[in-house]
Design a protein around this ligand. Structure first.
Ligand code: SF4
Length: 330
């Protein structure tokens, strides 16, 4: 299965994609190497973690409030976020994921920091900043009454829904942050971003979501999709990236144009050819890490969760300094 984020990983480093998508598998219990890679694949920076907490809170509580017409109480959302923050922070800092009976999937307490596993840990200043960022991002959206009124006018909303379709013999998966369906207008897809500066735009990612929703709506609509969803042309879909942390609450709207859809289709085709040639359609037992090239941009390795194992595939005997050491010795 190919995902848009997976292809980005593949372009960044084929070896990283291999570890994350072929080796890592939380169902594997008896292969110590694969178990370790599965755990490493879940490491994240404290910077990424704060965004995942905001996503999780909006996915759960904003969807519940809108679909059930509950009042949206900012303090409650922030309280829930801080509770999640404290639980996951403790789990990561105490490295509870290294305990023998640790549960690393479907565990709401689970969290593992790159900084604790590969670096010197997280500082009080970083923790306080992450806490402030989460509060500010939630405050920005939950005080945005005009935007909330717009969402409340939807028939209903869904969040983090996997949309899977076939493209050129491959399955492609996209998971938009949030989709609002309306009675009398086309669906509106949102991408939440929790970035400090918000200077990068994400039109290709949103186009990928629009294509996925359009294909699924036409060919295999989910049971809870509006029954007339397929009547909308893809060009009618609305796309918005919302920079939640930006003080000006930047919202970038993108049009779905034929040119953008064609560009996306060509990028996917070339991605699939590249990944197919590298063996991405094969099983773990048919592949070895050397089939996948390491990145030419060794600065990527500094924040890579697989730096301990990348050179030797032996996680017990290496340290980060033996891996891509040309970088670390500079
Ligand atoms: S350490 Fe570098 S080369 Fe190895 S998987 Fe990570 S990014 Fe790729």
């Amino acid at each position: 299965m190919i995902s848009v984020s997976g292809y980005k990983q593949f372009k960044q480093c084929e070896r990283l994609w291999f570890y994350k998508n072929i080796v890592a598998d939380s169902r594997v219990k008896n292969d110590l190497f694969r178990k370790e890679v599965t755990l490493l694949s879940k490491l994240q920076s404290i910077y990424a973690w704060r965004g995942s907490i905001v996503d999780a809170i909006l996915s759960k509580y904003l969807v519940l409030a809108i679909n059930n017409k509950y009042p949206i109480k900012k303090d409650y959302f922030i309280e829930q976020a801080m509770s999640m923050f404290n639980t996951q922070l403790e789990y990561a800092v105490l490295q509870k994921y290294r305990e023998p009976d640790a549960v690393i999937t479907n565990n709401p307490s689970f969290n593992a920091f790159l900084e604790c596993e590969l670096g010197d840990g997280v500082s009080d200043a970083e923790i306080n900043q992450a806490k402030d960022d989460i509060t500010n991002a939630l405050t920005n959206i939950l005080d945005d009454n005009y935007f909330l009124d717009y969402l409340k006018s939807a028939k209903y909303v869904i969040s983090q829904r996997p949309l899977i379709y076939n493209f050129d013999r491959f399955s492609v998966k996209a998971i938009p942050d949030f989709i609002a369906f309306f009675d009398n207008s086309a669906p509106h897809i949102f991408d939440w971003k929790v970035h400090t500066y918000g200077t990068t735009s994400y039109d290709e990612q949103l186009i990928a979501y629009a294509v996925a929703l359009f294909k699924v709506a036409k060919l295999k609509p989910h049971a809870d999709f509006p029954s007339d969803l397929s009547k909308w042309k893809i060009n009618d879909y609305k796309l918005t990236e919302y920079q939640l942390l930006h003080k000006d609450r930047i919202k970038r709207d993108y049009d779905v144009t034929d040119d953008k859809i064609e560009d996306f289709g060509q990028n996917m085709s070339s991605a699939i050819i590249r990944m197919h040639m590298a063996g991405a359609n094969k099983k773990y037992s048919q592949l070895k890490s050397q089939d996948f090239s390491t990145t030419a941009h060794i600065e990527n390795c500094q924040k890579c969760p697989f730096q301990k194992i990348c050179k030797t595939d032996d996680y017990e005997t290496v340290t980060k300094y033996t891996v891509r050491d040309e970088y670390f010795q500079n």
